[in-house]
Design a protein around this ligand. Structure first.
Ligand SMILES: [Zn+2]
Length: 138
């Protein structure tokens, strides 16, 4: 047989390599010393997978753009996402993330709709103005 570690030829049934001394009975020497998934440090918690987005930026945009109540609601839930996550309540953090997204998207949609109506009214006013000018020209 051959050594699992260095490939040297060793007597059949050897438990240890006569060349490098590595064990021939271990399942796989490669998996030893894998990176442990220990948390604990503050900077690591922010990089943990599965952390839900808090949609804080979207909420602030909604607040500034137009729909203050929707934006405020989004910001409130956005802050709850972080506090829930930091407290270890993953499900609660995801629930708050979902609410923050819903409020923000509703506010964003309402903002867009109002802006479209606003633009239509301006366009209509301009069109009416042109129409009047045309009438007076005749
Ligand atoms: Zn060896």
């Amino acid at each position: 047989m051959f050594c699992r570690n260095c490939g040297a030829e060793i007597p059949d049934g050897s438990k240890f390599c006569t060349s490098c001394g590595s064990s021939q009975t271990a399942p796989s020497p490669a998996v030893q010393g894998g990176a442990p998934l220990s948390g604990g440090s503050g900077y690591q918690s922010s990089a943990r997978p599965g952390r839900p987005s808090n949609y804080l930026v979207l909420s602030i945009i909604v607040t500034v753009c137009c729909c203050l109540p929707f934006g405020i609601a989004g910001i409130v839930y956005a802050s709850k996402v972080d506090s829930s996550w930091n407290a270890g309540r993953v499900d609660e953090a995801w629930e708050n993330s979902r609410k923050a997204r819903n409020w923000s998207l509703w506010g964003l949609g309402l903002s867009v709709a109002l802006w479209i109506i606003y633009v239509i009214l301006i366009a209509a006013g301009v069109a009416v103005g042109w129409w009047d000018t045309g009438l007076y020209a005749i």
